[in-house]
Design a protein. Sequence first.
Length: 107
Amino acid sequence: MKINVKNKRLFLLVFFLLFAIHFSLFTDVNASEKWQGVDESVIEKFAKEHGIEPKEPLINTDQGDLLLFVFLIAGVAGGFIAGYYWRELINYKDRNIEKAYLRSKKL
């Protein structure tokens, strides 16, 4: 039995559509119940074994968009520093290229 290209494409399209529908509709499993993070599964376990109770963090980033704001400020600071020193980096490269060119002329 020979399968032509159109039938293969149609089969693959139907297969991927059914695959996508299956995983989009049947998302009943709550991932937090099955997969715990390292904090809950390892660190808290050993802390409880040694009699240490968990403490509140100094800066609680779980409140609202505080963590996003911290990353925004870090990105702005990093961008400012990179932008400020960009001219120096470019001039450094230009000076090295110019020195190499002058050295090659002397040879």
